[in-house]
Design a protein around this ligand. Structure first.
Ligand code: PLP
Length: 364
C-alpha cells in the first residue's frame, strides 16, 4: 500500500511545481522597495501594475481588469452581481467545476446542465435550451479550455458558434480560464472574450496554476458597465485584496521568471499526463475510456458500463488511492456521472501515477 496515499483527487500543483525560492526573492524585494504601501489598504480593484499587465495580455483597457482573491472568490462576486442584475437560471456544461455548482446551489439558483462531448459544450444543446425556455437565463458558466473536471477543450468552431448564439440571444457568459496557459502541445485557441469583444463575455483566470495557488491572486476582465458594482462587492467583503501577494506576482513577471517557470511547469505536467495515459492504456479493461487533454490538470475516465464509481472509491481508498467521483461535478439531483471519475495528474510524480493507476486497474 502506498505511503503516503496517492492522490488523484487534488486538483492542485505538487509542491515541486511551485517556484518557492523565486517567489521568496520577489516577496523580499517588493516589501523592501515599496514598504508600507504593500502592507496597507488599497483600491478594491487591486495592484495597478499587475492590472496593467493583465490588460496588456488580454488586449483590453486596464479599467476593465479587477484582481480578486483567487478565481473562485471572483466567481462568487460575479454570480451574485449577475443574478442581482438579471435573475434567472444559470446554464452550465455538464460535468462542470464542483465549487461553483455548490455556490450556486447555496444561493438557491436553478442550475441547468447542458450536454458536452469530447469537443466541449454542445452548441446545439445551448441553443435548444434558449429556444425551449425563452425567459433569459442569468448567465452561462463555461470552462472552454482544459476543463475542470474533464480536461476537454471546446473546438474553435464551437467557440465561434457559441458566441454567435450568445449575441443572438443577448446571453451573458462567464468564461473561466485558469488552465489556458498550461498547454503542452498545439496552438492556443481564441478565447470567447477575443471572439465576442467583452460586452457579453466576462473572462476569469488566475495565477494559481501559473505561479502559486496560495498567493490567492485571480483576475476578471469585466464588461465596462459592471466594474463599479463588482468593485463595490469586493470592497464591502474584504476592503481591499492583499497587495503584497499581487505585488509578488508582478515582480515575478518583471524579473522575467513567469515564462520560464510556466515552461518548466508545462514540461513536468506533460510527463505526468503521459505517465497516466500510458498506464491507463496498459492496464485498464476494455469498455473504459478517458479524455486526452493537451493541457491542464485532469483526465476524465468512464468506467465500463454497469460499474459504479462510489463503490470503486471506497475500495481504492482502502488501497491508498484517492480520486473524485464524477457525480460530484453534476448538479446534485441529476443522478449523472455515476460511472465517471476525475483523475488529477498534477499532484503526483510519474512513478506514483503509474503505481496508482495499476492499483485502480487491479480493483476493476
Ligand atoms: C475551473 C476553475 N476555476 C477556478 C478555480 C479556482 O482557482 P483559484 O481560486 O485558485 O484561482 C479552479 C481551481 O481549481 C478551477 O479549476
Amino acid at each position: 500500500m502506498p505511503d503516503p496515499p496517492i492522490s488523484f483527487a487534488r486538483g492542485a500543483p505538487a509542491p515541486e511545481l511551485i517556484p518557492a525560492a523565486q517567489l521568496a526573492e520577489c516577496a523580499y524585494a517588493v516589501a523592501e522597495r515599496e514598504g508600507a504601501k504593500v502592507f496597507a489598504y488599497g483600491p478594491g480593484v487591486g495592484y495597478a501594475p499587475l492590472r496593467e499587465w493583465v490588460a496588456d495580455q488580454r488586449g483590453v483597457d486596464p479599467a476593465r481588469v479587477v484582481l480578486t482573491v483567487g478565481g473562485l472568490q471572483g466567481f462568487a462576486f460575479h454570480a451574485a452581481e449577475q443574478l442581482a442584475r438579471r435573475p434567472g437560471r444559470v446554464l452550465v456544461e455538464a460535468p462542470s467545476y464542483d465549487r461553483p455548482l455548490k455556490i450556486l446551489a447555496r444561493e438557491g439558483v436553478e442550475i441547468v446542465a447542458l450536454r458536452m462531448d469530447d469537443e466541449g459544450l454542445d452548441p446545439d444543446a445551448l441553443e435548444a435550451e434558449l429556444r425551449r425556455r425563452p425567459e433569459p437565463p442569468s448567465f452561462l458558466y463555461t470552462i472552454p479550455t482544459f476543463q475542470n473536471p474533464s480536461g476537454r477543450s471546446l473546438s474553435t468552431e464551437r467557440r465561434r458558434r457559441i458566441v454567435e448564439i450568445a449575441v443572438a440571444h443577448r446571453l451573458a457568459i462567464l468564461e473561466d480560464d485558469p488552465y489556458g496557459l498550461v498547454r503542452y502541445e498545439g496552438d492556443a485557441q481564441p478565447s470567447l472574450l477575443d471572439l465576442e469583444g467583452g460586452e457579453l463575455v466576462t473572462y476569469a483566470s488566475s495565477f494559481s496554476k501559473t505561479a502559486a495557488p496560495g498567493l490567492r491572486v485571480g483576475y476578471f476582465v469585466l464588461p465596462a458597465d459592471t466594474v463599479a458594482a463588482f468593485e463595490e462587492r469586493a470592497v464591502s467583503t474584504y476592503i481591499s485584496p492583499p497587495f503584497l501577494t499581487q505585488a509578488i506576482i508582478s515582480e515575478f513577471i518583471e524579473r522575467g521568471y513567469f515564462e520560464p517557470n510556466l515552461a518548466r511547469v508545462c514540461a513536468e505536467l506533460a510527463a505526468r499526463r503521459d505517465a497516466m495515459r500510458q498506464a491507463l492504456e496498459r492496464t485498464f479493461p476494455s469498455g473504459s475510456s478517458w479524455s486526452r487533454p493537451a493541457g491542464g490538470y485532469f483526465v476524465w475516465l468512464e468506467l465500463p458500463s454497469g460499474m459504479a464509481t462510489a463503490d470503486l472509491l471506497a475500495r481504492a481508498e482502502a488501497e491508498g488511492v484517492a480520486f473524485v467521483r464524477g457525480q460530484d461535478f453534476y448538479p446534485l439531483a441529476s443522478r449523472l456521472g455515476l460511472g465517471s471519475v476525475r483523475l488529477a495528474f498534477s499532484y503526483e510524480t510519474p512513478e506514483r501515477i503509474e503505481e496508482g493507476i495499476e492499483i485502480l486497474a487491479n480493483l476493476l
